[in-house]
Structures are given as C-alpha cells and as structure tokens.
Design a protein. Structure first.
Length: 331
C-alpha cells in the first residue's frame, strides 16, 4: 500500500506506511473537501436526507480502494506496463500544503493507450497546483490528463475539455408522452442486435471521433436486458424505429433507472423518436414519484444532449478533462 503526504513544498512528496484509519484521523476528512459541495447540494435535491448517505457510502468505497488489492488486480491482471506494480493501481490520497486529493489511474474504454487520472475529490483552489501534483504522483503512467467532476459551467478554463454529462429527471417531471410512438417487447433479440450493429457501423463512418468514445451494447447485454424486460423496441405505426434499454443502476452515487443503450435506426433519425421513447417510458412509470431516469452522455454527442432535454431531463454534473502538460488532446 502507498500513502502520500507532503511537507511545505507541494511538489516534494514522501510516502509512509500507515493504516487507512490512521491516515484519515491525521488529516482533514475528505467529506469536507469543497470539490464535493455541488454533489452534496445535488444529493439533497434528488434524495433528501438519504442523499448524504448515498454520497458518503460512495466516498467510503473510493477510500477503501487505497488498500483494496482486488481492485488493483482488476487492472494489473490485464495490464503489463514497465515499471508499474500492482500497488500503483490503488487509489491514492495525497495531502500537500496546496491541497489534498483522492484519485486513481483509469484507462478510457479499457484502452491502455488512453490513460488518465480520475480525481474523486480534492481541496485544491489552484488548478495549476493540482495539475503539478497529479503529474508527479502518477508519472509512471505518463497520463496526459486528469478528470474532474463538476457542476455544469463550474470550471471554465481555456484548455478544459468536456468528457461527459450526467442527465437526470424524476419520471413524474418529464414531458408527457407524444402520440404515435410507443414501446414494446422485441419478439427476437436478434432483431435488436442487428439494429444496434447497423447504427454503430453508421456512427463509425459518420463521426469517428464520437465512435471512439462510445461503446455499443454487446449481444450478451441485449439478451440479459431482454430476459428481464428491460429492452424495449421504439415503435411507430409504420415500423420499429429504434430501441432503448433501461435497467436499475447508478452513476457514481446517483442511483436510479439507467439508460444503458439507446439507438434510432439508420434512416429514422431526425424525428425526435429517442426523446419520445424516453417520454413514453416516463409515462409508464410516473406514478412512482421517487424514481429517477439517469444516464451519461458523451461531450461530443450533441444530438443525445438535445434528446435528453427534449424528454425533460436536465444536466446536473459534468466530467471534464484537464491536460497535465497544458497541450494534450482528449483521450
């Protein structure tokens, strides 16, 4: 296990072997770090008193990864990088005179050529000091970027790039279903797989940059959702025009029904069918006042952001990339 502390120089960091509990008692509680202020406000808004419990439980899970060898091995068992050991994949808590952080290495789309450092929470007030700290601490991975989660519009900086948005709505607050579009079960799950395959082939041709960032549902995913009644065909009077798969899940600490896949068939785009499908789903479930529909949308996916807003969902959090060398491109 590695623990990370600093003296007055924020770039002079030493490591000491101490238990997680000792370390948490010795330095400020991460729950008080200002980077979580927006999420605490959002937790109250979405879940009331239970929201703080959800957020704190998620944070405890992240802290547990300071020592969780099984978590580290979920990386190291599949990745062989020179000079990198199992413990290097553990989360790290770093405390310096410029601020504190909790974070860990990640790989975009499980691609070892696209590393970045996920900052779970921090107390830095100067983004350049945060960059310097992260760049030094994870230098063995040569990650070009760190990623932060913020309130939309919170971090405005010339070289900050949007990775993805989190969109949320209570079913009861979404727009009313529209006429002529409804959801039904696929007779054959193979039809759903063919629809997804065709759409992603088209995406790869039309928008390679977005296609590199989004990952299609597998055949196994589609079969599982179909068996549990979570996969829906989007139907009009003329044809099946797409599909939507929604299952209980969570995005970080935000739990609800998560949109896992949503495609509109090639040739049927531009008619608002995806938004109408989400509204049809909400119409089925609006009697459950507490239930949320949640999902992430890639920053390049303008069409899906418009769909979410047309359905009545709102953007509540952004994940943003910050280049560590101030000249890096997104992964």
């Amino acid at each position: 296990m590695k623990t990370w502390f600093s003296d007055k120089n924020p770039l002079t960091v030493t490591s000491r072997r101490r238990s997680v509990n000792d370390r948490i008692r010795a330095v400020p509680d991460p729950r008080s770090w200002p980077s979580l202020d927006d999420e605490r406000h959002l937790a109250d808004e979405l879940f009331g008193e239970r929201g703080q419990t959800l957020l704190d439980s998620w944070l405890e899970q992240q802290l547990s990864r300071l020592d969780d060898t099984a978590f580290a091995r979920s990386f190291s068992d599949h990745i062989d990088l020179p000079g990198v050991g199992v413990d290097d994949y553990l989360h790290r808590r770093i405390d310096t005179s410029a601020g504190s952080l909790l974070g860990g290495i990640r790989f975009y789309g499980r691609d070892i050529n696209r590393p970045f450092v996920e900052i779970v929470a921090h107390s830095f007030t100067n983004i350049d000091r945060l960059r310097d700290c992260v760049s030094q601490e994870w230098s063995m991975f040569a990650a070009p970027l760190l990623r932060l989660q913020t309130r939309p519009g919170r971090l405005i900086h010339a070289d900050v790039v949007l990775d993805e948005n989190v969109y949320v709505a209570r079913y009861r607050d979404m727009h009313s279903p529209g006429p002529g579009v409804w959801l039904e079960r696929f007779d054959e799950v193979d039809d759903a797989e063919a629809l997804v395959s065709a759409r992603y082939r088209c995406l790869a041709a039309d928008d390679p940059a977005l296609a590199r960032n989004v990952f299609r549902a597998t055949a196994a995913d589609l079969r599982d959702w179909h068996s549990f009644g979570q996969l829906h065909a989007i139907r009009t009077h003329e044809a099946v025009v797409g599909l939507i798969a929604v299952a209980p899940g969570r995005i970080g600490w935000i739990e609800g029904d998560e949109i896992n896949e949503e495609v509109v068939a090639v040739g049927h785009r531009g008619h608002g069918y995806a938004a109408l499908a989400q509204r049809a789903l909400a119409g089925r479930r609006a009697t459950d006042k507490a239930e949320l529909l949640v999902g992430t949308i890639d920053g390049r996916n303008v069409a899906s952001r418009k769909t979410a807003e047309a359905a009545g969902r709102r953007r509540v959090l952004d994940a943003v990339f910050v280049p560590l060398d101030r000249a890096s491109a997104t992964p």
